[in-house]
Write a protein that binds this ligand. Structure first.
Ligand SMILES: Cc1cc2nc3c(=O)[nH]c(=O)nc-3n(C[C@H](O)[C@H](O)[C@H](O)COP(=O)(O)OP(=O)(O)OC[C@H]3O[C@@H](n4cnc5c(N)ncnc54)[C@H](O)[C@@H]3O)c2cc1C
Length: 371
């Protein structure tokens, strides 16, 4: 009689969250299996910009990014018509890197750590003592992780109430064109935003984000951004166009019994925050710390703390998106006082404290009243 396969931790989904959770759990001595319906390197529509904090979280997991083909990012620029404000990341450069290249680095690190990875292996359902694969095979596990993305089936199987609001539509294209600025550029138009990230020395990613699906159609939306349109005119496409839906999603809980949700499965922030990958990596580490103490309540608490800042940042950016006059005044005020933008950026990427953020907000409000 053959014994059913087993592991300490079984992870549904081998994207950034699932692989990071696998690496973090292996580092604490657990036997880990990851299964994904897809095969590496896995592509996904994404802005592909990583803050210095994200790069640091990857380094903590031992994931090497130095020679992965990406380019350093100096910071973030907001652009609206003639107004432009640039803020440098306070703690050094971030990284622009194709998702496929990031995935390859995560897979390589997971392999090095001894994680068992089952590719082209969709999970059909979960039970109290393990999972069942589409093939019908069962795998026993003490802990189960749902790292299966924003439309998580694990979350549905657990029947965890989820609130999704401010849904927006995205289309992404890569162009064979060398980066024209070392910044992630967020261009604000009247119906859409364009989000430009250098991802290698010869490729640039452009994401269109809009509240209405028809406003996210790439060819018509790009006309709102003549500066980008003229730069990409005639450039070859470096990938096929991909679409996605982004939203602010909050869950009533991120763990139930012996099952935990990590990454986008456990809630999302709007794509414009550029913070999804950092959150996924931090969830992974918090999950591994919690199971090392056999207590998923610790993970629940850590997750709530991690979500607070990015949720606030997402709400602020979406507020600016809905109110063009306010946005114009804010960008002009920041352009006249770039140090204020850098303070906001520092708070967003986890540097600076609540007092700094409050002081920056008060200073900005004063400048807005004064203009
Ligand atoms: C338009 C857009 C732009 C973005 N830009 C940025 C950015 O610039 N910077 C940033 O940090 N973040 C960005 N994000 C967010 C970022 O892409 C996500 O936060 C990140 O991909 C989350 O990783 P994940 O592993 O949780 O989910 P995913 O990457 O979605 O991975 C989930 C995996 O689960 C697998 N899976 C699903 N169901 C099953 C099943 N039943 N069995 C087995 N496998 C399964 C899938 O095949 C997939 O590989 C952006 C998001 C969008 C939509």
């Amino acid at each position: 009689m053959t014994r059913a396969k087993s592991a300490d931790v079984f992870i549904v989904g081998g994207g950034p969250a699932g692989l990071a959770a696998a690496i973090a759990a292996r580092a604490r001595g657990f036997v880990v299996i990851v299964a994904d319906g897809n095969a590496p390197p896995i592509e996904k529509p994404c802005g592909e910009g990583m803050s210095p904090e994200t790069v640091a979280a990857l380094a903590e997991l031992g994931v090497r990014t130095a020679n992965a083909g990406g380019v350093p990012l100096k910071g973030i620029a907001f652009v609206q018509r003639l107004a432009r404000v640039e803020g440098a990341f306070p703690q050094g450069p971030g990284l622009g890197l194709r998702r496929t290249a990031l995935h390859a680095q995560l897979v390589s690190r997971a392999k090095e750590c001894g994680v068992e990875m089952l590719w082209r292996t969709p999970v059909n359902t979960i039970a109290r003592d393990g999972v069942q694969l589409i093939s019908g095979d069962a795998i026993r596990a003490k802990w189960i992780v749902g790292a299966d993305g924003p439309n998580s089936r694990v979350r549905q199987w657990l029947k965890i109430p989820t609130r999704a609001f401010r849904q927006r539509f995205a289309t992404r294209r890569h162009f064979q064109i060398a980066p024209w600025s070392g910044y992630v550029e967020v261009h604000w138009g009247s119906r859409a935003q364009a989000y430009v990230t250098p991802v290698s020395s010869s490729e640039t990613s452009v994401v269109i984000l809009a509240a209405r699906r028809e406003d996210a159609a790439f060819d018509s939306a790009i006309a709102e951004f003549p500066d980008i349109a003229s730069r990409i005119a005639g450039a070859q496409l470096a990938s096929r166009e991909r679409g996605a839906v982004t939203a602010q999603r909050q869950l009533a809980a991120v763990a139930r019994g012996n099952v935990a949700l990590v990454g986008d499965a456990s809630g999302t922030v709007d794509a414009i925050t550029g913070d999804g990958i950092r959150l996924a990596l931090r969830h992974a580490q918090a999950f591994a710390d919690a199971i090392a103490k056999s207590d998923l309540a610790l993970y629940e608490r850590a997750h709530r703390k991690l979500a607070a800042g990015p949720t606030r940042a997402g709400a602020t950016l979406l507020l600016l998106d809905r109110h063009p006059r306010l946005r114009e005044r804010v960008i002009s005020a920041l352009a006249a006082n770039p140090e204020l933008f850098e303070s906001f950026l520092a708070a967003h990427v986890g540097h600076g404290n609540h007092c700094d953020l409050f002081a920056t907000g008060a200073e900005l409000s004063w400048r807005l009243l004064a203009t």
